[in-house]
Design a protein around this ligand. Structure first.
Ligand code: CA
Length: 250
């Protein structure tokens, strides 16, 4: 019934440090299967077999620092002592934003709705495959990671606007299509307006230290950017050549 099929998945845990998952489940067999599948994915797993110890584990949440002891909680609905719904309610009441994946043997719509209503982020009905469970965990962790990323400020210079998060650039209120390298180059320039960069520095920053090739690559990309951004590419206002040194923005 509970098959561990997670082996064929490419792992995405290298996106950051190892995520910590608290598994709250009273059925030993399912608990063991969950540990196996999640550890194989590279997650750090802590388990609780009833509600009270789960609450104890989760207590160390400090709302002032926002530090979470776990990145995700997998919470069974029917538990001895304190049930999953009450734990969920309690966590949200305390302002704890940890993502919660609720498990239930009941497949009824009311349970699902109730689970989500008390603050669970996702809901899985038993029996489920470990593959499905791992995919849901991964999605919740990804969402969590994205929402905790700092917001990048919009860069504005003259009639250029660059939206770092959306990878969009507006020139004189019109959107221009840039290649990823052109975008990174422009983002770097706009982040340090008037700073002079050598071709080698630009290669290092945008193409990376492992790039094998000629610094002419930079000149070619600058030319393409000028054609897309400048009103008169032969007399650039934005991407200015600094003779003997390299390039400057603005
Ligand atoms: Ca149970």
């Amino acid at each position: 019934m509970y098959t561990n099929e997670s082996t064929k998945y490419p792992s995405t845990t290298d996106l950051g440090q190892r995520s910590r998952i608290l598994v709250v489940e009273d059925e030993e067999l399912i608990r063991e299967m969950l540990i196996l599948a999640l550890e194989e994915e590279g997650y750090g797993v802590v388990t609780a077999s009833e509600g009270r110890s789960a609450v104890e584990y989760l207590k160390s949440f400090d709302p002032t620092s926002g530090e979470l002891p776990f990145d995700l909680v997998i919470l069974d609905l029917m538990l001895p002592q304190i049930n999953g719904l009450d734990i969920c309610r309690l966590l949200r009441y305390q302002g704890n934003p940890v993502p919660i994946l609720m498990l239930s043997a009941k497949g009824s719509e009311t349970d699902r709705v109730l689970g989500l209503e008390v603050g669970a982020d996702d809901y899985l009905t038993k029996p489920f495959s470990m593959r499905e469970l791992v995919a849901r965990c991964r999605a919740l962790l990804r969402r969590q990671r994205l929402s905790s990323l700092p917001q990048l400020p919009v860069l504005q210079y003259g009639d250029l606007t660059l939206y770092p998060q959306e990878c969009r650039v507006l020139v004189r209120s019109r959107e221009v299509a840039l290649s990823p390298k052109e975008f990174r180059l422009l983002e770097l320039f706009m982040s340090y307006a008037r700073r002079v960069w050598s071709r080698e520095q630009l290669l290092d920053q945008v193409w990376g230290p492992d790039f094998v090739g000629d610094s002419k690559t930079v000149d070619v990309h600058i030319r393409w950017l000028r054609e897309k951004l400048e009103q008169d590419p032969s007399h650039p206002e934005y991407l200015v050549t600094v003779r003997g040194f390299g390039y400057r923005f603005g």
